[in-house]
Write a protein that binds this ligand. Structure first.
Ligand code: NAD
Ligand code: 022
Ligand code: ZN
Ligand code: ZN
Length: 369
């Protein structure tokens, strides 16, 4: 069938809006009509050509929501009409990783997903008769896309697509880092570095669990107001701090934070985030994705004295199990998504969403099909 899509033909070029061909779901696969998609940093990172694993031509997009239209042979957990969120971190519930209590990194489709193909090694997309690659197993920049059954979370039908799509990456990553990765306790003290589409969700996760002090750090003063609305109690602009930033933050938190979250992808900030943790027990969680080949450093003394460095993918969420409960949190009014979606547009304007993101003008842009 035909589908409207935004195509990434070559690294460094703008997306092209055109009709592509999508073939039906094979065994264990599901065809989804995408109703809305967010535009997130990793889409831009791959499009720029800086992502060493980026392959072209491809249909990008990994933050979507839509409706199941057709299921392939052997699919049992989904049927046409079901509302779903695509998962760039699958959950098969059978692999060694899914069966291990300490990780959400299901490996069932990991290798083929990384190569831009379905588990049988082929693509369902083509353009002018030539195959086009999938992206992060999702390709939500196409009105119709095909995914493995294990890469879809079934969600309630009363959740609006234009908000639910953000749960496909940003919301779950930020809120999940607090509740699944850190398992932060009520009355904890936390510092959040970077108050963008991820950091603001970390802040609202911390507020939800009842953190005592939530310090936000950003070089963009315009982010202070939104962050306060979402639960930030103290704002620090590093450009206004004389001397050592970590030392200043340890002072502000009365000895250091129980948890710090790096939501930028800057390796220098990652060091500050570790060193502003409380001696003896503070944990620093890296969410930001740094450029290829970057390294982090600190003095081993920082770790020997009881601080730890950790990382998280997709907020530690097990997609099929946890995403529906994040949707419930939104529908119950426990988390705010509406105020983070600063721009909405049609697919024809998707390149504007990339411009807004690069300019730091948007928190999230959402494209509705
Ligand atoms: P964003 O651009 O919306 O926000 C980044 C914020 O950091 C901005 O407000 C910016 O002003 C601020 N900032 C930049 N440099 C700074 C500095 N030196 N000190 C303080 N603040 C600074 O980005 P986002 O959408 O929130 O994404 C943040 C990071 O999270 C990206 O690297 C993204 O790829 C990553 N991410 C990771 C996962 C995961 O699963 N681990 C999932 C989604 C996104
Ligand atoms: C989402 N991300 C950034 C912005 N939006 C993002 C990028 C990468 C990861 C998570 C979120 C990530 C962390 C760890 C891994 N990835 C590897 C997981 C594994 O090896 O099991 C990651 C993921 C998917 C892909 C690449 C890297 C991919 O599909 N190409 C989850
Ligand atoms: Zn993302
Ligand atoms: Zn698995």
């Amino acid at each position: 069938m035909k589908s409207r899509a935004a195509l990434a033909i070559k690294a460094g070029e703008k997306l092209i809006i055109d009709e592509v061909d999508v073939s039906g779901p094979k065994d264990g696969e599901v065809m989804v009509e995408i109703k809305a998609t967010g535009i997130c940093h990793t889409d831009a990172f791959t499009l720029s050509g800086d992502d060493p694993e980026g392959a072209f031509p491809a249909i990008l997009g990994h933050e979507g929501a839509g409706i199941v239209r057709e299921v392939g042979k052997g699919v049992t957990s989904l049927k046409p009409g079901d509302h779903v969120i695509p998962l760039y971190t699958a959950e098969c519930r059978e692999c060694d990783y899914c069966l291990h209590p300490k990780t959400n990194l299901c490996q069932s489709v990991r290798e083929t997903q990384g190569r831009g193909v379905m588990p049988n090694g082929t693509s369902r997309f083509s353009y002018n008769g030539k195959p086009v690659l999938h992206y992060m197993g999702c390709s939500t920049f196409s009105n119709y896309t095909v995914l493995p059954e294990v890469s879809l979370a079934k969600i309630r039908k009363d959740a609006p697509f234009d908000k639910a799509c953000y749960i496909g990456c940003g919301v779950t990553t930020g809120v999940g880092a607090v509740i699944y990765t850190a398992k932060a306790e009520p009355d904890c003290v936390a510092i959040v570095f970077g108050l963008g589409g991820i950091g603001l969700n970390v802040i609202q996760g911390l507020k939800m669990i009842g953190a005592k002090q939530i310090v936000g750090v950003d070089i963009n003063p315009a982010r202070e107001a939104t962050a306060r609305q979402f639960g930030m109690t103290h704002f620090v602009n590093p450009n206004n701090v004389k001397g050592d930033l970590a030392g200043y933050l340890v002072e502000v938190t009365g000895g250091g934070a129980d948890y710090t979250f790096e939501c930028i992808g800057n390796t220098d900030v990652m060091r500050v985030a570790l060193e502003s943790c409380h001696k003896g027990w503070g944990e620093s969680i890296i969410i930001g994705v740094a450029g290829a080949g970057k390294e982090i450093s600190t003095r081993p003394f920082q770790l020997v004295t009881g601080r730890s460095w950790r990382g998280t993918a997709f907020g530690g969420a097990r997609g099929r199990t946890d995403v529906p409960s994040i949707v419930d949190m939104y529908m119950d009014g426990r988390i705010n998504i509406d105020d983070l979606i600063t721009h909405k547009m049609g697919l024809e304007d998707i390149n504007k969403a990339f411009d807004l993101m690069h300019a730091g003008e948007s928190i999230r842009s959402v494209v509705e099909f």
